[in-house]
Design a protein around this ligand. Structure first.
Ligand code: FCB
Length: 463
């Protein structure tokens, strides 16, 4: 093998990033006039969160802003994805602006830029102001308009320093876990709500893009959605029925969002499924699909694992069944299969199906529970191997032409993992929740060296 093949080099300007979201790291839920969010409310529901955990303190980043900025400087990454908390900026969801909330993010963004770190803010990473939920939340079309109002406030406040924006994080997961299975805030179980909400989230994205394009704003600004994309594998690749089931489920998880945003409207096969299950989609109004297709400048890829699907009857009203992973495939501590090759295939598929649209890996990571050893260090070699295999996968896709601009590892630091609470550790940095002490894991140091050199070492060992 040539050295070139052994040591893939990423292009100059590649974004080496870390990823977080407000409710998962900030804590300080009552600070500086922050309004209540649906996650504050949901966490108080008995049994909703493992161990009765809440995001009340999380990694206390709102108060430890400077410490975490220093941490990122130590890692030497050049990009950071984080989210703005809507209830800190517009505590009632719309109307009155809370300047102290804006000030926090002002200082955070300035702090990133001073350290050579390009900010990539997400506007909505699931912490809807409770005041809007009280008026129907995402089931109510008006919430999409309130989102555009909030987006405009953020564009005005930070647009001089921020070029790229993520509007919405994972619309499918919001619909599925928040409104269909009741596992995330607001904890609803209703299929029709779920599909309504997903439409309003896409509408919100389109309306926000419209705001971003308004004349007074910077002409080079860009916006995209971070999707939870799952490559699909037919349980038996030799079976036409399983292949059809995999394609159908891909419509539910992936195409339902990507197609309309990129100007193709809702995919007909999935639209027929949805209508069969919940009735007419009359919340899709004239002109909505034009608004949704207003223009996304990049595709944010959140990738963790694949979905194996067969044509057996499913648990829900779908003509497919999600099958367990394969025994021979390695897994993370949560049991998710580790399949980096599917990331290569996914990136190439996006490149083929939505040509010319830049791609960013906005999330990728793994739960490994490694704790500090006697030497005080966290030797999380499995995370290093995970990073290595997935960065190789990204590089292979780029070598075949996929226009990938950056990779944002989930996560910078161990944090509040929604309904699972704090036990899952995704961080490059270990968090001791008792003391709030941060310890850079071996994986963090390894990532720092790769980010610094732009070169992936031949094996998962030390560069
Ligand atoms: C994604 C979420 C992110 C985090 C990771 C593990 O679905 O966007 O907040 O929870 O999963």
């Amino acid at each position: 093998m040539s050295t070139e093949a052994e040591s893939p080099r990423f292009p100059e300007g590649f974004r080496w990033g870390t990823s977080t979201s407000a409710y998962q790291v900030e804590g300080a839920v009552d600070a500086d006039g922050r309004g209540e969010s649906i996650w504050d409310r949901f966490c108080r529901r008995p049994g909703a969160i493992e161990n009765g955990d809440t995001g009340e303190v999380a990694a206390d980043q709102y108060r430890r802003r400077d410490e975490d900025l220093a941490l990122m400087a130590e890692l030497g990454t050049n990009a950071h994805r984080f989210s703005l908390a809507w209830p800190r900026i517009l505590p009632e969801g719309g109307g009155r602006i809370e300047k102290r909330g804006l000030d926090h993010y002002d200082r955070f963004i300035d702090g990133l830029l001073e350290r050579g770190i390009t900010p990539l803010p997400t506007l909505y990473h699931w912490d809807l102001p409770q005041a809007l939920e009280d008026r129907g939340g995402w089931r109510n079309r008006d919430t999409a308009h309130r989102f555009a109002e909030y987006a405009a406030v953020c564009f005005d406040a930070f647009g001089d320093r921020v070029r790229d924006w993520i509007t919405i994080n994972e619309p499918w997961i919001v619909g599925l876990l928040g409104h269909q299975l009741g596992l995330h805030a607001p904890g609803e179980k209703d299929l029709r709500s779920s599909v309504t909400v997903m439409h309003h989230l896409l509408l919100a994205h389109g309306l926000a893009v419209g705001e971003l394009r308004a004349e007074a704003r910077r002409p080079d600004a860009r916006a995209g959605i971070a999707y939870s994309l799952f490559p699909h594998t037919p349980a038996d690749p030799g079976s036409a029925a399983d292949r059809a089931a995999a394609h159908a489920s891909d419509g539910y998880v992936n195409r339902w969002f990507l197609d309309p945003v990129h100007g193709r409207g809702y995919p007909a096969d999935m639209r027929a499924h949805w209508e069969g299950v919940v009735g007419e989609l009359d919340f899709v109004q004239d002109g909505d699909l034009d608004t949704i297709a207003a223009g996304s400048d990049f595709i944010g890829v959140n990738y963790y694992t694949r979905r194996i699907v067969s044509a057996r009857p499913g648990d829900g009203p779908w003509p497919w069944k999600v099958e367990p992973g394969r025994d021979e495939v390695e897994r993370t501590d949560l049991g998710w299969e580790i399949v980096p090759d599917d990331l290569t295939a996914l990136l190439l598929r996006l490149h083929r199906d939505y040509p010319g649209v830049p791609l960013m890996i906005t999330e990728n990571g793994a739960i490994y529970g490694d704790e500090p050893g006697e030497d005080g260090e966290v030797h999380d070699t499995r995370r290093i191997a995970f990073l290595h295999s997935h960065l190789s996968a990204v590089h292979r896709a780029m070598a075949e032409g996929a226009p990938v601009e950056g990779y944002y590892h989930w996560s910078l630091i161990d944090n509040f993992e929604w309904a699972m609470g704090y036990w899952p550790r995704f961080g490059l940095v270990h968090l001791d929740r008792e003391t709030q002490r941060r310890t850079v894991k071996d994986s963090g140091r390894w990532y720092a060296r790769v980010a610094g050199s732009g070169v992936l070492p031949p094996a998962a060992g030390t560069p």
